[in-house]
Structures are given as C-alpha cells and as structure tokens.
Design a protein. Structure first.
Length: 141
C-alpha cells in the first residue's frame, strides 16, 4: 500500500491517532471519519479526520476550516481528484467526493449545523460560503 501522510496539524494528527486506537470512536457522541485524498500538487496520499453526518447512503462533510477565509487543503485536493478513501468506525471504502449543488446545500448545511452548532459560528467568521461535501460510497474492500 502507498504511504499515507497524516495532517501536519498536531491536534488533527493526535485525533487521527485516537481514531485508530478506539476503532473509529475517538469522541463518544460525535461522528468522526478519516478521509484520505490525493495531494493536488504532490500526488501523495493525505489523511485528515472530519465530523460527518449521514444523508441516506451518503456521508456529508463541511469544509469549514474552522471559519478561516481559505478552503481546507483536503477540500482543494478532492476538487482536483474526487476519488477518496473513507474510514468510518472499522469500515474502509472508496468514495466519490463532490461539492453539494446549490439546490442540495441548504438542507445539507442545516443537517451539519444541527449536529455541530460551531459550523454556524464558522460561517459568520468568513466571507466565503463554506462548502458542503457529499461522499458517495463506491467499492467496499
């Protein structure tokens, strides 16, 4: 298997470690997943941990970057290559990642804010519209 690089952010790297140590349940009551994207400049595999919600068979993410004015690297990476790997609990699968359409976003944004009210505060901190991302599972292994 190719080498996967974890986030350089110390908090995220620690969260990834706890995710793996707890079989994907690092924070009780919070839905966390590991997302692996291909770096848009390096081509290397990059891994981060994110809060998700379910919408049927799909996983929903918010590219909040904690309210920063720039999109998170993982979001820019999946725009360049939408084929990602997802690790939820003990399951791992490939998925197709895409931004929600303008018609889909309002309902999915409400879903994310209902799960974590910090997203509403993050949106207030930035002038960019925080993208909502859908992960559509593909092949299980």
């Amino acid at each position: 298997m190719p080498e996967v690089h974890d986030s350089l952010n110390a908090w995220v790297a620690e969260h990834i470690r706890r995710f793996e140590e707890t079989d994907g349940r690092p924070r009780p009551g919070v839905n966390d997943l590991l997302l692996t994207t291909r770096g848009r400049r390096t081509g290397e595999l990059r891994r981060t941990v994110l809060v998700y919600q379910r919408d049927g068979d799909r996983y929903v993410l918010a590219a909040s970057n904690r309210g920063a004015d720039n999109h998170p690297a993982w979001y820019l990476n999946l725009l360049a290559d939408p084929y990602v790997t997802v690790h939820v609990g003990t399951e791992r699968f490939s998925a197709y990642a895409r931004p929600a359409t303008a018609g889909e976003r309002p309902q999915l944004w409400r879903l994310m804010v209902s799960a974590n009210s910090e997203y509403a505060a993050y949106q207030q901190q930035t002038t960019r519209t925080i993208p909502v991302v859908l992960l559509e599972p593909r092949l299980l292994w």
